[in-house]
Design a protein around this ligand. Structure first.
Ligand code: SF4
Ligand code: SF4
Length: 422
């Protein structure tokens, strides 16, 4: 029997229902599913076939597969089928293939950094990069998003038509993918947030190995994961990419691209390239990730928070560039006719003076030192406790972009020393 895994979007598309309906089938126990570490549902094809048969719905041929062949396939054959070699010269063809079905976003050079933008031309793409100014989080949680239009005369409100075209994010680094898995966790809690998941479930993620700099520390926080969350992962092995196929949707976009099966030499090169990424991204963090929640708790009264608070300009950049920060503000704006208007949400920052202000102008986190402490605790203690791993994915963006040269890495290192001296 085939052990292929399907997503809620695959099933929703086949049954002609929304992904929320598929989730409700899962929650009511009608459809058996498992959950990824990031909290996304996955359904074994065999369970889905049983479900479709039980409710008299047609079963797609390609979900059934050739069970006999599947049983005879050795692990080695299977692994080689999922590891292909793609010459770098064929990457533009991959982009063109993707553009037939997806809006395609990827990293392009911007000043002395890079930015994730929609690709009109495959030649713009630069997969060999260190980091982007903003993380690909902006594709699932835009910096500004219109929620509804309203009319104060008729008291009617209308949600904007969603963009339904699938989106492919090409060249996503493991730290940024881990950021998105953490956002999935947040937006799935309680009532799943449909604005977020409408976009998320339409996305295809193609990862690439990275070029870490001294601000990267993914391996210190355990986010150097090359096979988690992606549909495909491209490891740079010189003249080619070794393409790891992680989902059937990923396999689909490789058709006609001139790939060949990877051999032992290619697989060794892949292992070495991944090892290089990992060792260059994490040496600077002294405390181990598992000790950070306790350090954050024991270091609440450490003097270093006053020092960091005195340097912080409360500009909010560290939050805005962070792949795991998700706080937003909701504002209503009235048009000039004073009758119609729109409600939008915007990224917000816990470092801004007005973030914790309440009616009457009081603020329950007035001091910048307290805001810095709060941010550190959010990353390494509060949310980390719920998720089971740090909510900082070690991308280093807040370190590179802080004008006051405040570094979350140095803070962790200094906090360890401060707690040892308490
Ligand atoms: S980027 Fe730096 S200066 Fe700006 S709020 Fe964050 S820590 Fe403070
Ligand atoms: S806290 Fe800084 S290093 Fe950690 S994920 Fe956010 S931006 Fe990246």
């Amino acid at each position: 029997m085939t052990d292929r895994l399907l997503g809620t979007t695959d099933i929703a598309r086949h049954c002609g229902v929304t992904t929320e309906t598929v989730v409700s089938w899962i929650k009511s126990g009608k459809l058996n599913a498992c959950s990824t570490p990031g909290g996304r549902y996955r359904i074994a094809a065999r369970n889905c076939i049983e479900f479709l048969k039980e409710y008299g719905m047609p079963v797609p041929e390609d979900w059934i597969g050739d069970d006999e062949d599947a049983d005879q396939q050795t692990d080695e054959e299977s692994s080689h089928m999922n590891q292909l070699v793609l010459p770098k010269t064929n990457v533009p063809r991959l982009v063109d293939n993707l553009r037939k079905s997806y809006r395609v976003f990827g990293p392009v050079p911007r000043g002395n950094s890079s930015a994730f933008v929609e690709l009109d031309d495959a030649a713009e793409l630069q997969l060999d990069y260190t980091t982007t100014i903003l993380p690909p989080k902006k594709l699932v949680l835009p910096a500004q998003e219109e929620l509804l239009e309203f009319n104060t005369q008729t008291w009617q409100a209308r949600e904007p038509e969603p963009d339904t075209k699938p989106v492919a994010a090409l060249g996503v680094h493991p730290c940024d993918m881990q950021g998105i898995l953490r956002l999935d966790f947040v937006f799935r809690k309680g009532q799943a947030e449909s604005n977020y998941f409408d976009r998320r479930d339409r996305m295809l993620f193609i990862g690439t190995s990275c070029n870490p700099d001294e601000s990267c520390f993914c391996s210190a926080v355990g986010t150097n994961k090359f096979d988690e969350g992606f549909d495909l992962f491209l490891t740079d092995i010189g003249q080619s990419y070794l393409v790891s196929i992680l989902t059937d949707r990923g396999r689909e976009v490789l058709k006609g691209l001139g790939t060949k099966a990877a051999d032992e030499i290619d697989l060794n090169e892949m292992a070495k390239a991944r090892e290089r990424c990992s060792t260059h991204a994490g040496g600077q963090m002294q405390p181990s990730a598992s000790t950070l929640p306790l350090l954050a708790k024991d270091g609440e009264d450490a003097a270093l928070w006053e020092d960091i608070g005195s340097r912080c300009l409360a500009c909010g950049t560290c939050n805005l560039v962070c792949p795991t920060c998700y706080c937003f503000d909701v504002r209503d704006e009235l048009n000039l006719d004073l009758k119609s208007g729109k409600r939008s949400r915007f990224w917000d920052s816990c470092q801004l003076d007005e973030f914790a202000e309440v009616a009457g102008g009081e603020s329950f986190r007035k001091e910048r030192s307290n805001r810095q402490k709060h941010r550190f605790n959010r990353k390494f203690r509060y949310l980390a406790g719920e998720y089971g791993a740090p909510f900082c994915v070690g991308c280093g963006r807040c370190i590179r972009q802080c004008v006051a040269k405040i570094s979350i890495l140095e803070t962790a290192n200094d906090l360890e020393k401060a707690v040892a001296n308490l």
